[in-house]
Write a protein that binds this ligand. Structure first.
Ligand code: DX5
Ligand code: ZN
Length: 218
């Protein structure tokens, strides 16, 4: 396949030192930014003003994962803020096709995310309009949870659907991705790897990024 992308999640960074911690992962491809609203998930992190500030100082593109209600209303502003990619949850979107077009019009890539309990098949037609599919490998809401290997068949299903249709759509995995789990994700067809605790929990975050990259592209 093509080049694999490593996207450390700053959910596991020091929120009092986000600029410093973005620079610790400057060798990564994207910085994954988890936006939570206390409604779609039982946690709250940061929102648009912080993303705008991160955009000003980040050495690498921002990959914004919106775990929020009503993404149709709120997501395009993250694209306007300069995010490289904006991910909305399909469970929360009312009109995902229009939302993806709105994100493109605002200059970002559009990604749809699926919670572990959400099947892919009903949404296959949306491969027409999204640039990436995020298959969650934990229940969204918190870092540091255990990887759900039972999501690998879904990753394979998405990869097969992309293969049938042609095109350049990426598959991102998020949750419990670490040196011990990343190879099975890559084997199933994922090519974008989010890792929070596995990167920021390491002594040397940049070295952890390189280790994950090596394992994913092997
Ligand atoms: C969870 C977030 C993840 C989280 C992953 O809801 O979407 O991005 O930061 O953290 P780890 O890699 O520690 O599971
Ligand atoms: Zn995430």
């Amino acid at each position: 396949g093509g080049r694999v992308l490593i996207a450390p999640s700053i959910l596991s960074a020091d929120f009092a030192n986000l600029e410093r911690d973005l620079h610790r992962i400057a060798n990564a491809d994207w910085a994954h930014v988890d936006v939570m609203d206390y409604h779609f998930v039982p946690n709250l992190t940061l929102g648009l003003p912080v993303v705008e500030a991160l955009q000003r100082v980040s050495p690498i593109p921002l990959d914004c994962h919106l775990m929020i209600e009503d993404p149709d209303r709120w997501a395009p502003a993250y694209a306007e803020a300069g995010a490289h990619s904006v991910t909305f949850h399909i469970e929360a979107a009312r009109d995902p096709r229009t939302l993806a077009k709105d994100l493109h019009a605002a200059g970002a890539q559009a990604c749809m995310a699926l919670k572990p309990g959400t099947p892919f098949a009903p949404y296959e037609e949306l491969l027409d309009v999204v640039d990436m599919v995020l298959v969650m490998t934990v229940e969204p809401g918190f870092g540091g949870q255990s990887f759900m290997a039972d999501q690998m068949p879904k990753v394979r299903e998405v990869r097969e659907a992309i293969g049938r249709r042609g095109g350049q759509i990426r598959i991102e995995v998020d949750g419990g991705v670490a040196a011990s789990t990343i190879e099975q994700c890559a084997a199933a067809g994922a090519d974008v790897f989010v890792a929070g605790s596995a990167v920021y929990g390491a002594e040397d975050a940049a070295a952890a990024v390189e280790e994950l990259r090596g394992l994913a592209q092997a």
